[in-house]
Ligand binder design. Structure first.
Ligand SMILES: O=c1ccn([C@@H]2O[C@H](COP(=O)(O)OP(=O)(O)O[C@H]3O[C@H](CO)[C@@H](O)[C@H](O)[C@H]3O)[C@@H](O)[C@H]2O)c(=O)[nH]1
Length: 347
């Protein structure tokens, strides 16, 4: 277990994204000695460099698909957080091989480079869409989890402790539904709700960072860490936003889109049959059976048939007032509400 972040050296792949920027700030506050950001977009790096103005942060332009660029960034680091990914469901549907290249092969490059350069721990960020996946984004994230677990299963004496974290929707993340609804409220148009009864797990950016830190400190090699989250319907989410901005809740119902599920699953029955419950967190250890196939054929789990998965339909359901409170805890929503109060329109 890692007791202190102070004086340590970190790499964050995809470090200019919302998760990366929050994590970098937290690590700087905790006294990290060096933080490297590996990402493709030099202009986002430049903006971040000016915003942070801290020379403990070093910027590496590169792509996880390219082993050399990963290796250069990993060398000399003690801990790595792997957040770089193709995350948009529709673009991965249209370009599944691109998702394979970044989410599967790119992640394998990160695992290999960490092992080769003797990194102590690597945390890979996954998603609820990786459980019983129906779209290419979720399928490639599921394979990323398998790559991480295989690292331990195939190398029991590995130098790098590799684990994954899995979480649901991060509220107000770039390109997600909440900023879109706020923009629609601003324009005074009906909110484009896909299916009012569709449910999603809701989590703040801070909670997602806490989950990564928890996994980083407490994981065993091959673990998947899950933070138990509350869920809500998209209809209630849209209603809560309209209530906060004081506009009537008017929806244009689109229907479930290609590649979408009615609900998401954070932990499958298969995960739960071996999960350890830590209150707010679930730890799913790797299935470490070896390639001796008799174990696969002759041993089963009688409990598994009785287990229900943990999904956004059976999780604790947030009420509209509870969603309003959660939304009010987000600085982005408060900023929009202030502008709305001052000018009658959000910024
Ligand atoms: O105009 C819209 C757009 C979306 N939705 C719904 O809002 C919910 C959330 O959508 P969105 O914010 O786009 O997130 P997801 O498609 O659920 O995917 C996000 O959440 C995942 C975790 O589940 C992450 O892995 C992805 O990167 C991230 O894009 C879904 O039920 C959508 O059907 C609408 O009702 N109207």
């Amino acid at each position: 277990m890692v007791s202190s972040l102070s004086g340590r050296r970190f790499l964050i792949t995809g470090g200019t994204g919302s998760f990366g920027q929050t994590m970098v700030t937290r690590l700087l506050d905790a006294g990290a000695a060096e933080i490297r950001v590996l990402s493709r977009d030099e202009s986002k790096q430049d903006l971040m460099r000016h915003r942070l103005g801290d020379d403990r942060v070093r910027y590496y332009v590169g792509d996880v698909r390219d082993y050399d660029s990963v290796g250069k960034a990993v060398r000399g680091m003690e801990f790595v957080f792997h957040a770089a990914a193709l995350k948009q469901v529709p673009s991965c549907e249209f370009f599944p091989l691109e998702a394979v290249r970044t989410n599967v092969l790119g992640s394998a490059n990160v695992v290999d480079a960490c092992e080769r350069h003797g990194v102590e721990a690597l945390v890979l960020l996954s998603t609820d869409k990786a459980v019983y996946p129906v779209n290419a984004m979720g399928m490639t994230k599921a394979l990323m989890e398998k790559v991480a677990q295989a690292h331990f299963r195939n190398n029991p004496t590995a130098r790098t402790r590799v684990c994954c974290v899995r979480y649901g929707n991060v509220m107000y993340s770039r390109g997600s539904v909440i900023p879109l609804f706020v923009e629609q409220i601003r324009r005074g148009v009906p909110l484009t709700v896909t299916e009012p009864g569709m449910t999603r797990f809701m989590m703040s950016l801070t909670e997602s960072v806490e989950l990564v830190e928890h996994a980083f400190r407490h994981s065993q090699p091959g673990d998947v860490f899950i933070r138990k989250a509350d869920a809500c319907t998209i209809g209630d989410l849209a209603t809560a936003l309209c209530n906060l901005f004081g506009v009537p809740a008017k929806f244009n119902v689109l229907g479930i889109r290609h590649g979408e599920k009615l609900y998401e699953t954070l932990a499958s029955r298969e995960d739960l049959s071996r999960a350890e419950d830590f209150g707010d967190f679930l730890r799913v250890p790797v299935d470490s059976r070896d390639l001796n196939y008799s174990l696969y054929f002759d041993e089963g789990n009688v409990e598994r048939g009785n287990l229900a998965d943990f999904n956004s339909h059976n999780a604790r359901r947030l009420s509209v007032p509870e969603i309003e409170q959660l939304l009010l805890s987000l600085p982005e929503v408060r900023a929009q509400l202030d502008t709305f109060a001052a000018t009658g329109v959000p910024a």
